[in-house]
Design a protein around this ligand. Structure first.
Ligand SMILES: NC(=O)c1ccc[n+]([C@@H]2O[C@H](COP(=O)([O-])OP(=O)(O)OC[C@H]3O[C@@H](n4cnc5c(N)ncnc54)[C@H](O)[C@@H]3O)[C@@H](O)[C@H]2O)c1
Length: 246
């Protein structure tokens, strides 16, 4: 008898995270949806009533909260088979206008939070001798004006993924990065329409991606077919990463 697999997804209440939850549920995973936004978490659960999903309010940049999350999940389920680190924030500005608070906020969630989640996942998966970690970075790690904090945080996530692939390979744990480009989510819906149109015009595809485009790639990376893929960065960006300054 094969037992049902368990996946933890962060930033799960909205946008890309929500699409990842839906896709993994459809693929037969039990999903632990993690977010700081309790109200959006409740809305997620009510939209997925009857499915194998539960919500855990956790701030991924808080060490104790992350430890508690993994302790609870570990106690309740046989294994943690996949951890998808998707939670992330932006606080954009040119560096000469950027506050230290905005730098710290982005690094704390995007890099330190992802690192804390990866460390907790690594401790568990190393003992299990199995597991998949997928970190959601961004095409912006290559460099985006106005995003010195965000691009640096996501470059850190790419490096973190590569190191963990080396450290965890012999324990049959794979670690990969998905780097989305412009995706239609609550995060990008906050942009000024003129700014958003400019970004769309700069896309080779002349379009935005959908959260499902990212979710499909995550599903591929946690599927049994891809055990031998590790340490890689897969772009889901309509070709934007091919040219630097289009
Ligand atoms: N939307 C895009 O165009 C795009 C492009 C590239 C990369 N990304 C990345 O994809 C990921 C998801 O982006 P999105 O557009 O769906 O964002 P979103 O703002 O729509 O959703 C992010 C979710 O993360 C949660 N979150 C924020 N801080 C958290 C914390 N400390 N702990 C737990 N949860 C927290 C939020 O409450 C929210 O529900 C992010 O890492 C983002 O950087 C997005």
């Amino acid at each position: 008898m094969t037992s049902i697999k368990t996946a933890i997804v962060t930033g799960a209440a909205k946008g890309i995270g929500k699409a990842i939850c839906e896709r993994l549920l459809n693929d037969g995973f039990r999903v632990i949806a993690v977010d700081v936004d309790e109200q959006a978490g409740a809305e997620l659960l009510s939209s997925l009533q009857g499915k194998a999903i539960e919500f855990k309010k956790t701030n991924i940049s808080n060490e104790q909260e992350v430890q508690q999350l993994f302790a609870e999940v570990n106690l309740k389920f046989d294994s943690v088979d996949a951890v998808v680190n998707n939670a992330g924030i932006i606080r954009d500005n040119m560096i000469w206008k950027m506050s230290v608070e905005d730098f710290d906020a982005v690094i704390n969630v995007n890099l330190k939070g992802t690192w804390l989640m990866c460390r907790a996942a690594a401790m568990l998966m190393k003992e299990q001798h199995s597991g998949r970690i997928v970190n959601i970075a961004s095409r912006a790690w290559l460099g985006n004006r106005g995003q010195s904090n965000y691009s640096a945080s996501k470059a850190g996530v790419v490096a973190l993924t590569r190191v963990l692939a080396l450290e965890l390979g012999k324990y049959q744990v794979s670690v990969n990065t998905v780097a989305p480009g412009l995706i239609d989510t609550p995060l990008t819906q906050k942009l000024e329409p003129a700014v958003l149109q400019k970004l769309i015009d700069a896309q080779p595809s002349k379009s935005m991606g959908s959260p499902n485009d990212v979710a499909n790639t995550v599903a591929f990376l946690v599927s049994p077919a891809t055990q031998f893929i590790t340490g890689q960065t897969i772009y889901v960006d309509g070709g934007k990463s091919i040219g630097a300054n289009m």
